[in-house]
Design a protein around this ligand. Structure first.
Ligand code: TYM
Length: 344
């Protein structure tokens, strides 16, 4: 199959508490890219079981991510929306990539170290091999671009390393089988916008995260307008007014975070936010930010609730997406099996 030149792949884990960071850092960009690229968006349920083995809410949370994709405006006809475990080719390629990737590469992954914590001996092998599965997700579609938040940068570098080693080690077979000079693309990350790393509303030095115990630290996509306003009102800030120059945000993590969130929600630059709101006290800025957040997030929230009231519809989107994804992935697996030299 010819190498695609304009194909986007990305995914979100169905681990609950989908938040503003996921939306501004990833899903909002997913929706924008559908106008210029061929897009494949996945609910990565196989990744979700690497930390918590028993996940009673897995089905509901999988539907919730799919509903968020749809509510954010991703068109399931033009693009492919599906859940990872329905397309077994991801797992097969992940195994082969476990044999391409080196222990040293995976040992350097900071996300593994963060998630495994102090007791790495007790972490699952799946958590360690997580980045190989992520590389397989992307490369089974030979995707050329991957929109993500800043925290996924290292995993995407590993994906590039796996592609490069595969292309190098199998160069003769790849050429012999008529695939040209390389089989997998060296995928480009798309880490763009004012909110590539949205921080906790309670601590501007920590990333907004699904697993943070305090719900006040994040805005969930399922929060009501009142909750959104309350969380922004209670967000930690320093006592100074907003600066008149965006360069002065550098050592003010909470102020920088709120300005970045505003810029991303309003689709303007940080400089434009400062030009309009610089010099204001947080007492004046927070209500404007809350109003904007409610205006932007409420329609998504409403649409998600509507979709989740009709799980049959969400399931049918995922099933037909999986069938279309399988058509592409199965060709890659066939070709990769050939490159490896497996019999049959
Ligand atoms: P996950 O589920 O943790 O997050 C989904 C997306 O949201 C982004 N994100 C953020 N962006 C800005 N600020 C934040 N505070 C924030 N928190 C999360 C993430 O960067 C991500 O883009 N490993 C991935 C899922 C995955 C994947 C893939 C992504 C599996 N296979 C293949 C791309 C391609 C993850 O855990 O995302």
């Amino acid at each position: 199959m010819p190498q695609p030149t304009n194909r986007v792949f990305s995914g979100v884990q169905p681990t609950g508490n989908l938040h503003l960071g996921n939306y501004l850092g990833a899903i909002k960009n997913f929706a924008a890219l559908q106008h210029t690229h061929e897009c494949i968006y996945c609910v990565v349920d196989l990744h979700a079981v690497t930390v918590e083995l028993v996940q009673p809410q897995l089905k509901a949370q999988t539907r919730e991510i799919a509903a968020a994709y749809l509510a954010a405006g991703i068109d399931p006809e033009r693009n492919i929306i599906f859940n990872q475990s329905q397309v077994r080719e991801h797992s097969e390629l992940a195994w082969l990539f476990n044999c391409v990737a080196r222990m040293g590469w995976l040992s350097r992954m900071t996300q593994f170290k963060d998630k495994a914590g102090k007791d790495a001996e007790q972490a699952s092998v799946g958590l360690f091999a997580y980045p190989s599965l992520m590389a397989a997700d992307i490369l089974v579609y030979r995707a050329t671009h991957v929109p993500v938040g800043d925290d996924q940068k290292q995993h995407l570098e590993l994906t590039r390393d796996i592609a490069a080693k595969f292309n190098h080690d199998f160069a003769a077979r790849i050429r012999e089988l008529g695939h040209g000079e390389s089989y997998f693309p060296v995928t480009e990350p798309i880490i763009e916008g004012a909110a590539t790393r949205v921080m906790s509303l309670r601590d501007g030095t920590r990333k907004m995260s699904k697993s943070e115990p305090s719900d006040l630290s994040r805005i969930n996509l399922t929060d009501s307008a009142d909750d959104i306003s309350k969380k922004i009102r209670k967000a930690k800030t320093d006592p100074e007014p907003l600066p008149e120059d965006s360069k002065e945000l550098g050592d003010r993590p909470e102020a920088k975070n709120l300005v970045g969130i505003y810029a991303s929600l309003a689709d303007v630059t940080v400089e434009e936010v400062i030009a309009e709101h610089g010099g204001k006290q947080f007492g004046a800025f927070k209500p404007v930010l809350a109003e904007l957040a409610v205006e932007r997030l409420s329609p998504i929230n409403r649409e998600m609730r509507k979709l989740l009231d009709d799980p049959g519809h969400v399931d049918s989107v995922l099933n037909s997406g999986a069938a279309r994804a399988r058509e592409i992935a199965s060709v890659t697996i066939k070709e990769v099996r050939d490159i490896f030299g497996f019999l049959g």
